[in-house]
Every structure is written in C-alpha cells, then in structure tokens.
Ligand binder design. Structure first.
Ligand code: HAM
Length: 426
C-alpha cells in the first residue's frame, strides 16, 4: 500500500468554512439585496480569459500585468490568464453579446474569485474574492454619486463603521499629456534612484510610478504634481458635480489627489474606501470610471463605471465587530433508545419539510450529552423522545433560551413549534 500523503492549500489561498462562511453569505445576500434596489443584475463570467484582455485594459506597465498574473499556455498553446479582476471580463462580455443594444444604462454585478500572484500578507491573498458592479452607458456625474451612495448603504447595512471614502479625478486623454510631462520633469532628477520598473515606467507611463509599492519610490514621489491641477475643463466640471452630489447626499469624503489606482483603464472619478482597522492593506472597496474602455475593445463609445469590494477584507472587519450570525437550529430532537431514534428521525424530516431547521441525534448517546450538544449548537428548542414519551404519545420540550419546559402531543409538535416561533415555518 502506498503511504498516505498529506496536502496543504497553496500559499496565499484559503479555505472558507463555518462559522466564517456565514459572514461571507451575509455579505453576499445583503449585496444582492442592495444592488437590486439600484437595478443591478447578476452576470456570471468565466474565470479564465485570453491574456491580452488584461494586458490591454489594466495596462502593460501596471504591477498586475508586469508581475502578478497567473498566465499559462493551454494545451493548444493559447495564452490563458486566471482573471486578476472583473471589470475587463464584464466589458468583454458586454461587447461580445452586443449588450449595448439594450436600453442604457446597463447595470451588472458579479462575485467570485480573482487571482494575483502577490506577496501574501494580512488582507492580501493570491486567490481572493470580489463582489463588483459595473454600469454602462451613463455619462452623468450623478451615476458616480449614485454608485458611491449604493456602496455606502451596503457597508452601513453590514454594520461597518469608521470608513473613509477617498476620491480623486484621474482626468482623461486630454488632461494626461500635460500631466505626464509634469511628472517626467519632477522625476527626471531622481530617475537613477527609482526602482528598475519605475525607470522603465518613467518613459512608458510615468503615472504608474505613483502606484509603485517599493518603499524608495514611495519616498521619492513626495511632492509630485497632482493630476487635479491638470484637469481639462470637462473633467473639472464632472468632478465638481460628483463632489457636489456627494455633499447633497451627506456622504463625507476625503480628496486624495495622490490616488491614481493600479489599473490603467480609469478616467475621471477614482475612489477607494479605506479602514484604519485593516493594517497596511486598508482598501476594502475601490473603483472608478472607465469611459474609454468599451470603445478601446471595439464596442461603441460607451462610458462605464464600477467598483469592487474585497471579501476577505470586508469579512475581516465584520469579524472584528464580533457579531455572531446564524444559522441556528430551531429545534434539536433528542431521542433515547432504538425506537425513539427512528421516531425522532421521521419527526425531523416532517419538521424540515415544514421549513424548520432541525438537528437530530441518532447515535444513541445519553440525554445529558445530547442536551450539551443542543446548547453548543444554540438550538432554540429541544424535543425529548424516550420510551415513556412514545407510549404516552406526549414528547417533552425545553426552550433553551428562557429555560421553560413542558410536554406536547407528538403529532402536534409542528403546530407547537410554529406557534412558539414567530415567522416559522418559513
Ligand atoms: P482593485 O483596487 O484592484 O480594483 O481591487 C478592488 C478590491 O479588491 C480592493 O480594494 C481590495 O479590497 C480587493 N483586493 C485586491 N487585491 C487583493 C488581494 N490580493 N487580496 C485581497 N483582496 C484584494 C479592481 O479590481 C477593479 N476591477 C475595481 C473596479 C470595478 N473598478 C471599476 N469597476
């Protein structure tokens, strides 16, 4: 016989299991609820995409494309990439299926794993999950404010506090040339001290120097010119209208003129929602406008805007709030003896068919150990079924919440539980 071999999960990935998975489910279901208030519908997309999709959209000089993509040839030699983000795939699908022919704005949300070969640390994984939204076809600054408001409402409904909405405008193709020149002028004297990647970026795309994660480059960019001083009149006007709408909605924000975001496709509004409770990886959600991307991929000129929430960081914050989320059993059935085990088993199935969450013992353990288990899993009621109960036709019940107890006709247990549990059966 071959000796057993143990395997561990790969570095930078994690298993998600109870009780943590309940936090994940809560975020997922609340997101669906809030997004649907705003007309967002789900889109499900592949995890693998052609590599060029990300190279062209996120940008050749970005950290993601330069260093972090899981890229490999498939068996036919095509270059495949495990998606590092969701925006480019949604844009691809939007164009491929001519979704622009449907009435605008088109609004989608998605959730699922993303992959980036980053150095793992707290809040940074190689497989991580995002919930994201993308809206197409609305140029109005009110859409920007609406998306930020939707995000704020979702985060508030999740009970999150102390969040900071950082916002910037990264301009458009008209504002960028003058800004690039100003950046090159600023960095020209420091060029030799920048990391080798940034030395390349200096020529190809100096904006990316502002997003470099190397400490030395972070120090050297202090005092660099701000994009907001180079905005064209249309971008300036758009940004002012976004900020004014945010004020009307009472959404507090912080202007962060240093924020350029790590992906090349952004135009105009860019934002990050950060929390000081998260350590160095503090962005819990981020997004912005990408008004040129659809056209760059061969679609009709269509503005776009969206954001993505990082599930690991979000659930980390929720864990800190200490909230316990169910599901807790409505009832634990404790049978004693062979005959009662079968009766309890049948009763559990009847109750589940009526919508009750039921756990039932069938390993013949003592009443004491079954009660201990019922307490541990935080069941609301225990139903005790022994020989005496079977012969009298009346089961004992105990409410573990308030300690009350009594007995009930076995064939009326469903009615009893229904009347004792408002909202049940579901
Ligand atoms: P992003 O800023 O690269 O933007 O990622 C969005 C969020 O995903 C981050 O704020 C963070 O919470 C989470 N995240 C990113 N990388 C990791 C990682 N390695 N480990 C754990 N969490 C991570 C985008 O991906 C854009 N597609 C967002 C967007 C949508 N823009 C417009 N529409």
């Amino acid at each position: 016989m071959t000796p057993p071999q143990q395997f561990s999960a790969l570095k930078g990935v994690q298993d998600i299991f109870p009780p943590d998975v309940h936090l994940w489910q809560k975020v997922e279901s609340l997101s669906r609820e809030v997004f649907s208030l705003y007309g967002f519908e789900e889109i499900r997309l592949p995890i693998i995409e052609p590599t060029g999709l990300f190279v062209r959209s996120i940008g050749e000089t970005s950290d993601i494309v330069e260093k972090e993509m899981y890229t490999f040839p498939d068996k036919a030699g095509r270059s495949i990439t495990l998606r590092p983000e969701g925006t480019a795939p949604v844009v691809r699908a939007y164009i491929e299926h001519h979704l622009y022919n449907l009435p605008s704005p088109q609004k989608f949300f998605y959730s699922g794993p993303m992959f980036r070969y980053e150095r793992p640390q707290k809040g940074r994984f190689r497989q991580f999950y995002q919930i994201g939204v993308e809206a197409f076809g609305a140029v109005s600054p009110l859409l920007d404010a609406e998306l930020l408001s939707m995000l704020k409402i979702l985060l508030e409904r999740l009970g999150m506090k102390d969040l900071n909405f950082e916002i910037n405008s990264v301009g458009c193709g008209n504002c960028r040339p003058a800004y690039r020149t100003a950046l090159r002028d600023f960095f020209s004297a420091k060029l030799g001290s920048l990391c080798p990647d940034c030395q390349r970026r200096y020529e190809a795309n100096p904006l990316r120097i502002l997003d470099c994660k190397v400490d030395r480059c972070i120090e050297l960019r202090a005092g660099a010119p701000f994009i907001t001083d180079f905005l064209c009149s249309e971008c300036k006007d758009h940004f002012e209208k976004v900020l004014s709408a945010l004020r009307r909605l009472n959404i507090p924000y912080t202007l962060n003129p240093n924020m350029v975001r790590g992906l090349d496709y952004y135009t105009r509004t860019a934002f990050e929602v950060t929390s000081e409770h998260l350590g160095s990886q503090k962005a819990v959600a981020a997004g912005g406008r990408y008004d040129r991307l659809v056209e760059e991929f061969g679609g009709p000129p269509t503005p776009g805007m969206g954001f993505a929430l990082g599930m690991e960081r979000l659930t980390e914050l929720l864990r800190e709030t200490g909230e316990i989320v169910g599901p807790f059993p409505d009832v634990y059935i404790a049978p004693l003896g062979e005959r009662a085990i079968m009766e309890g088993f049948l009763m559990a199935e009847r109750l589940r068919a009526r919508g009750f969450l039921v756990e039932s013992g069938y390993d013949g353990s003592s009443l004491r150990s079954q009660l201990r288990k019922a307490n541990r899993i935080t069941a609301r009621f225990v139903i005790i079924l022994g020989e005496d109960e079977l012969s009298s036709g009346r089961a004992k019940w105990k409410n573990l919440g308030d300690g009350s107890q009594g007995d009930v006709e076995i064939r009326k247990v469903e009615e009893f539980l229904a009347s004792a549990s408002p909202g049940k059966p579901r």
